[in-house]
Design a binder for this molecule. Structure first.
Ligand SMILES: Nc1ncnc2c1ncn2[C@@H]1O[C@H](COP(=O)(O)OP(=O)(O)OP(=O)(O)O)[C@@H](O)[C@H]1O
Ligand SMILES: [Mg+2]
Length: 510
């Protein structure tokens, strides 16, 4: 017999120019793992922020019932006390404090004279961490842990608060495969102990694996009722999300391969912390006009370091040679790379290189200002027109071109970054995990844009951890492991098994 633990009724939340939630109804059972899905900007994070007191009553309309009791939180602390915890899209911890201090922030056990009882604090922390089977020393400084472990600390914090409903907002976007496995084990254990879970993710395979049921949001409203995962196909969920059928998730177009464009030889980047190792170890490859070159490998294989090296991030510490259209380049900084016609869309969501308190136009046109300026003036109209064009092409959800980008949903911020580099018109566009955190519909839009760019003569290089994506969109695939290139495969040769074989260290090239 299921037991309703949460009911949200007719929730409305307005922001200037946007109705983010439009009479949303939502229920959750005890011990349920519910997937909350929807396109970027659909209102997922906002709904959870209403639930967890980030948006306090009465900044929203509607009612929230916990076990049939009406609750109206004035802040996040009240929600915590009522048993609601949230792991936000961006982690919320203090890297300079210890693990234990982070778990018990503002709740440390205090002595008679107000001093912290450290031994007790560490013991308590040890206990909650043990409940997660986590081998983490509570005395360690939080910032020294991997992102996956930091997330476990957030979960430990929620457990220590006796959380009954735990929300995960895109928890795996920065985790390695093994960390994701660990997380799923913990989530299943939490469920077994009676915690209810709301799980937000754009990764459909994850949802299929972990969730019992799914609720779809589109434009601030739920589409259909909650459905059991076992009674629905992924295609049906996707169709609900985007409001149309997407029959081709990877609309790959093949073009005729043209001339050599980017050629790199013996790229090496030393590991600053380990003289016996290189972050990137003697990697060479050639990319051509008319193709998408995929770079595959496990997290930590040196893929990001390789493209950063080409982009000049390591300055003179990088060795090896870079040629573009037959000419050798002296790239010692990202500015050099941009100047030479190489653009890089970085993977880091937090340091996307967005000016959060500047508007969309400014963010989109910043690296291409030269294009819009003549001697002393900037052509504001051209800037606006170009931005508008890309907002349309990328289907960026925004009330206007004038909003600060911090007001956009996570995925839409990602699209702004992609747009900004598209405007630069570079010869080579390197995309590092370009579709991380963006919804399925938008992914297909990004793929179409990649096709279009290739057709226009741009060489596209894409790093991706998602094998279906790399196999679906690349003409050739380089596989990396531990800083080295272990294989170079054609589209025909590349199946999941072969890529994994080389990604785990087998060598196919010398
Ligand atoms: N603080 C804010 N100020 C103004 N508008 C906001 C704010 N937060 C969200 N919005 C708007 O509310 C809508 C819903 O955003 P929300 O962040 O809930 O989307 P989401 O479904 O979580 O998307 P994503 O998958 O990209 O994270 C968007 O149109 C967004 O621009
Ligand atoms: Mg969100």
């Amino acid at each position: 017999m299921s037991e309703k633990i949460l009911e949200m009724k007719n929730i409305i939340k307005d922001f200037p120019g946007v109705r983010a939630l439009d009479k949303v109804n939502f229920t959750l059972e005890k011990g349920e793992i519910l997937a909350l899905v929807g396109e970027n900007g659909a209102g997922k994070s906002t709904l959870m922020k209403v639930l967890s007191g980030v948006w306090p009553y009465p900044s929203y309309e509607g009612d929230i019932y916990l076990r049939d009791q009406l609750v109206r939180f004035a802040n996040t602390r009240e929600a915590e006390e009522a048993g609601i915890g949230i792991i936000h899209q961006e982690l919320n911890l203090l890297p300079d404090l210890s693990v234990a201090e982070n778990i018990y922030l503002d709740r440390q056990p205090l002595g008679k004279f107000g001093g912290i009882k450290w031994r007790e604090l560490y013991q308590q922390a040890e206990k909650v961490l043990a409940r997660l089977n986590m081998d983490i020393n509570p005395r360690m400084q939080l910032g020294d842990l991997t992102v996956g472990k930091q997330q476990m600390v957030e979960i430990a914090k929620a457990l220590s608060l006796n959380t009954k409903i735990l929300v995960f907002d895109e928890p795996t976007s920065a985790l390695t495969e093994s960390e994701i496995k660990e997380l799923f084990i913990v989530i299943n254990e939490l469920r077994a102990s009676g915690v209810s879970i709301i799980y937000i993710s754009h990764k459909m395979e994850e949802i299929e694996e972990i969730a019992d049921s799914v609720v779809v949001l589109r434009d601030g409203a739920t589409i259909g009722d909650k459905i059991k995962i076992s009674e629905v196909t992924l295609d049906e969920i996707i169709a609900r999300m985007v409001g149309r059928d997407i029959n081709d998730l990877f609309p790959k177009q093949e073009f005729k391969r043209g001339a050599k464009t980017l050629e790199v030889k013996n790229i090496t980047v030393p590991d600053p912390f380990n003289p016996d190792k290189n972050l990137v170890d003697d990697v060479s490859f050639t990319a051509y006009k008319g193709e998408i070159l995929g770079i595959s490998g496990l997290m930590g294989a040196g893929r990001t370091e390789l493209v950063n090296a080409i982009f000049g991030v390591y300055g003179k510490k990088r060795t090896g040679e870079i040629f573009l259209n037959g000419n050798q380049l002296a790239i010692n900084s990202p500015a050099d790379a941009i100047e030479s016609g190489i653009a890089l869309v970085t993977e880091d969501r937090k340091e996307l290189g967005l000016l959060l308190d500047k508007n969309l136009i400014m963010n989109m046109t910043l690296p291409s200002l030269k294009k819009f300026s003549s001697s002393f003036t900037i052509d504001k109209n051209a800037e606006k027109e170009t931005s508008e064009n890309y907002v349309k092409q990328l289907n960026i959800k925004t009330p206007s071109l004038d909003v600060f980008v911090e007001k956009l949903s996570g995925g839409n911020q990602q699209k702004v970054v992609i747009g900004k580099w598209l405007i630069t018109n570079s010869d080579v566009l390197i995309l590092d995990e370009p579709t991380r955190g963006i919804d399925v519909g938008a992914k297909v839009e990004v793929y179409r844009l990649m096709n279009q760019l290739v057709e226009e003569g741009v060489t596209v290089i894409m790093i991706s951890s998602e094998l279906p994506e790399i196999m679906g969109m690349s003409d050739r695939i380089i596989v990396m492991s531990e800083g080295e290139k272990t294989a170079e495969l054609t589209r025909q040769e590349a199946d999941q098994e072969t890529i994994m074989k080389y990604a785990t260290g087998n060598k196919g090239v010398e």
